[in-house]
Design a protein around this ligand. Structure first.
Ligand code: PBG
Length: 328
């Protein structure tokens, strides 16, 4: 009897780096990366975010500089969040033509608008004094339909300032339809909507709430964002509704803990799918790396490959500039 040796040897295709490169099924490219950025009104210098080392609340000037760096690195797009100097119950700064997002977007479009896509997050939580994503009823619940009018006004203000993609993130029912109608009514029928369609009520947003100064002053977002343990079909329904309402692309958020949802969405729709590698995903890697517990650069690449492999066409990531520069 001769010894039995394997005929099938998957290791043959793994032996050398050129071999692995040739057969790799998932590639990253700078153009599919989107950088989330924060700009704060009335600050003199960029403000580092404690729980997100390397990420800043920018001044208008430092924002322009960071956007230039992203463009240089070949990053595909940026998405802007603004923190106003004054907040109130209805989030007035969100649709103020002189509001911080509107002013900063105009800067960015004139600086980098020809080389990268300048997008705006459309929500109210950064602008309300209570930190919720919409207008409140007397009972302190988020009033869906009253909020839609605010989103529509904010989206139009952003489009007027030059925003090239409107990205509603508030998880109000009917928000895409309301925004689409308002944009079309104001002559912005060419401005696309990237809908945060399947957005979960996630503890992974923790550091963002420091960055955007938008932690709810009472309660939580569980009554409007999706439940992690909710029916899986809910995400697909949200996606379908958003597409019916006119969304041009859809998003799943967060990314790593929801790769199954991402895959299902990718297999179901025929529009671009984005995934948001959120603040907590970033913070966990940075914290572990700072302790010397993981190989930071490899973990970053591996997580991005996983998100792409699960079906994302675009990835929103705070590492966009660094990764794009490395890929070049
Ligand atoms: C809401 C919004 C949030 C994030 C993006 N848009 C916060 C929330 O829903 O509480 C989170 C992004 C991140 O954690 O990186 N405007």
């Amino acid at each position: 009897m001769t010894a039995q040796f394997p005929v099938a040897r998957p290791r043959r295709l793994r032996r050398t780096a050129p071999m692995r490169r040739m057969v790799s099924g998932t590639r990253l490219h700078p153009a599919e990366l989107v950088l989330p950025m924060f700009v704060k009104e009335d600050i003199d210098r960029p403000n580092p975010i404690g729980s997100m080392p390397g990420v800043f609340q920018h001044t208008r000037d430092s924002l322009r500089k960071a956007a230039h760096e992203a463009a240089e690195a070949g990053v595909g797009g940026l998405i802007l969040f603004g923190i106003p100097a004054v907040k109130d119950g209805r989030g007035s700064a969100a649709d103020d033509p002189e509001g911080i997002v509107q002013r900063a977007v105009a800067d960015l479009v004139s600086d980098v608008g020809d080389t990268m896509v300048v997008m705006t997050d459309t929500c109210l939580d950064e602008f309300t004094d209570h930190g919720h994503c919409g207008i409140l009823t007397a009972e302190g619940e988020v009033d869906n339909d009253a909020t839609l009018e605010r989103y529509a006004a904010a989206a139009v203000a952003q489009a007027r300032a030059g925003s090239q993609v409107i990205a509603p993130s508030g998880m109000m029912d009917g928000q895409v339809a309301a925004i689409r109608a308002a944009l079309d009514g104001d002559g912005f029928e060419q401005v696309p909507i990237l809908a945060y369609s399947a957005k979960y009520a996630s503890a992974f947003y923790g550091p963002f709430r420091e960055a955007a100064e938008c932690a709810p002053q009472f309660g939580d977002r569980n009554a409007y964002q999706q439940d992690a343990a909710g029916p899986v079909g809910e995400a697909l329904r949200e996606v379908r509704l958003d597409l019916d309402e006119g969304a041009d692309a859809v998003m799943v958020k967060p990314a790593l803990a929801y790769l199954d949802i991402l895959r299902q969405v990718r297999d179901t729709v025929d529009v671009p799918v984005a995934a948001y590698q959120v603040s907590g995903e970033y913070a966990m890697v940075e914290a572990a790396a700072a302790n010397g517990w993981i190989d930071r650069d490899r973990v970053i690449m591996e997580s991005l490959v996983a998100i792409r492999r699960a079906g994302a066409d675009m990835v929103l990531t705070y590492w966009a500039t660094e990764v794009a520069a490395k890929l070049r």
